[in-house]
Design a protein around this ligand. Structure first.
Ligand code: 13P
Length: 288
């Protein structure tokens, strides 16, 4: 199946009270592992690409070429969206041109008027091309690929203003942060999420910083309208731990254990296990 935008899968998720995972990709192994798991579990999926990861993979056209090739050659039949994560205005335009099926414009660091103006412009463009677009209100805390957010809690009225522009999905800061949560993390602001959900109605809400949020909080967030959950760091940690184990056990020194196809295999399997666990928790299994 060719790439699809994220509208249909998220509308269904919101109505069916489950969430679709956005898993960020970094290279071929990452992408292959996520696609294999989605197909095995018959789950829709969103492949997230940060601007930094896009650059690392040689640019957006390379990413589009790799993903399209895999969809065809791996016979992927589940819905897959290729989505720019935390895009700048210029980055969103470049991804649209390169063939992404979905973009996020993160204007959360602009004053709300400027966030609105830029989001509006990009909506016109994505609507024309049949792509989906995510906007953000209230910066997500922590740091991801050089994008540092202040960890704001979104103003529900501002969320409504952005939702009313016609975005496909809306990310709102509710105390979530990228990366691992500190010991003294206060948890998600469900009161704010509930308010946002009341004001934005059927708009699919996006929860960033999916790594390390306890299962009961994830379930509660989904019950309050979250239909897309972003996970990045957890796959990175799983990949690193499995690769470390392989090397610490000296397996790269045995036979042809140095072959990258062998060396990277435990990490790729670890990503698959993490994605499976998340899809089961989010409820997206068999929803393709
Ligand atoms: P984590 O790295 O905390 O899982 O967050 C991912 C994310 O929100 C991508 O936008």
């Amino acid at each position: 199946m060719a790439l699809v935008n994220a509208k249909d899968m998220l509308t269904k998720a919101k109505a069916g009270k489950y969430a679709v995972g956005q898993f960020n990709i970094n290279n071929l192994e990452w992408t292959k592992s996520i696609l294999q798991t989605s197909q095995e579990l018959q789950s829709p999926v969103i492949l997230g690409v940060s601007e930094g990861a896009g650059k690392y993979m040689c640019g957006y056209k390379t990413v589009v070429g790799m993903v399209n090739g895999m969809l065809e050659e791996m016979n992927i039949t589940v819905p897959v969206a290729l989505h720019l994560d935390h895009g700048s205005y210029e980055g969103a335009k470049a991804c649209i041109e390169a063939g992404f099926s979905s973009v996020m414009f993160d204007g959360s660091h602009y004053p709300i008027e400027e966030n609105i103006a830029k989001t509006k412009e990009l909506i016109e463009l994505t609507n024309k091309l049949g792509l989906s677009i995510e906007a953000e209100v209230g910066a997500i805390g922590g740091e991801e690929d050089g994008v540092v957010g202040g960890g704001e809690v979104a103003d529900p009225k501002e969320c409504k203003m952005i939702a009313d522009l016609g975005v496909t999905m809306l990310a709102a800061g509710i105390g979530n942060i990228h990366g691992q949560y500190p010991e003294n993390w206060a948890g998600l602001r469900f009161d704010v999420l509930e308010e946002i959900q009341k004001l934005t109605g059927s708009m699919p809400l996006v929860l960033h910083g999916g790594t390390g949020i306890p299962a009961d909080m994830i379930k509660k967030a989904i019950s309050l309208g979250v239909s897309k959950i972003n996970v990045n760091t957890e796959c990175q940690l799983a990949f690193a731990a499995a690769t470390r184990k392989y090397i610490e056990e000296g397996k790269d020194l045995q036979g042809k254990g140095f072959d990258p196809r062998k060396l990277l295999a435990p990490g790729a399997e670890a990503i698959k296990a993490t994605v499976k666990e998340k899809m089961e928790l989010f409820g997206s299994v068999d929803k393709a």
